[in-house]
Design a protein. Sequence first.
Length: 352
Amino acid sequence: MAPIKKIPVAILGATGAVGQRFVQLLENHPWFEIAILTGSERSIGRPYGEVARWILNDSPSRRVAEMVVQSTSQAGGVPLAFSALPAEQAREAEPAWASAGTVVCSNASAYRMDPLVPLLIPEVNPDHIALIETQRNQRGWTGAIVTNPNCSTITLVMALRPLHDRFGVKQVFATTLQAISGAGYPGVASLDILDNVVPYIGGEEEKIESEPLKLLGTLRDGAVDFAPFRVSASVNRVPVLDGHLVSTSVAFERVPAVEEAIVALRDFTAPDSVRGLPSAPERPIVVREEPDRPQPRRDRDLYNGMGTTVGRVRSCPLLDLKFSVLSHNTIRGAAGGALLNGELLVAEGVIG
Ligand SMILES: NC(=O)c1ccc[n+]([C@@H]2O[C@H](COP(=O)([O-])OP(=O)(O)OC[C@H]3O[C@@H](n4cnc5c(N)ncnc54)[C@H](OP(=O)(O)O)[C@@H]3O)[C@@H](O)[C@H]2O)c1
């Protein structure tokens, strides 16, 4: 399952908020070794340590800081790339890398809803990897594109998967409180976000309303048959550094008692193929019973930022059940999620 020697990887858009998380998570990774870092015209040809305005704790290693940033248009040369490009740049660059033989694990929204591209959360829909074969046949690529969902979608869907399996989700009403790191760097101006809440994030509600249907859809004859429920999302940017909280109400085909729902969430385990991966959390979901959890500052670092915390599971007077769910947006919701996808692809023999 584990590769015999470390696989060289590229990080596309390595200088931004998510790119830096990739660098941090890949520095001592047991399977992967950073070989290529790319950026925009602003950074090309310059040492990473000079052009990346580091916004995380610690700093990149000397080896990485001294690496020269390459052009994203110089595609290929490694079997695996992690993309933290803005959607517009990803639309052009990711197919070029896939065509040059690289499997691209992308955070960008550009190809998430492409019918030939897996939108993947290893604990939720690992079977959707099978789309890669059709993708390669139809596009003539030796590489591939695999995407992970929007950072609020992933938080929400982790909780919906076990509930949908047991009780059949009919409707979802989700209100997000999203951290400022979700806007990248420099992100939201301090004069807009300090002492404030901004009830708008462009394009976000549409993603949260559509992506769960693909993720919880069924793979049939080489295509994903979307799940039939509906989602209504309202998003807010809040003055928190990291961690997206989603207040959720759900209607079901078969209405569970609160205790039954808690048991379903607690019992949720990742498939065997996912459990042993280096970045897999010990458990996908932890359910808290305190009346005031989850909270971003206290719960976002669960299992090195890869865990999802659910709390406040209770009856809903409008739909059937309500709860709060939280995960770390730049780890579980971005770089860590894509890294876990890459690990699964190696373990399944798609890369190597
Ligand atoms: N932040 C989150 O929580 C989060 C979560 C999930 C998904 N995402 C997605 O992940 C992607 C990256 O987000 P981010 O928050 O890291 O953004 P960001 O901080 O703005 O970083 C953008 C990165 O893309 C590079 N870039 C910009 N224009 C480019 C061009 N023309 N050619 C090549 N590279 C270019 C930048 O390089 P230079 O610094 O050299 O200009 C930088 O490395 C986006 O698609 C975003 O939607 C973000």
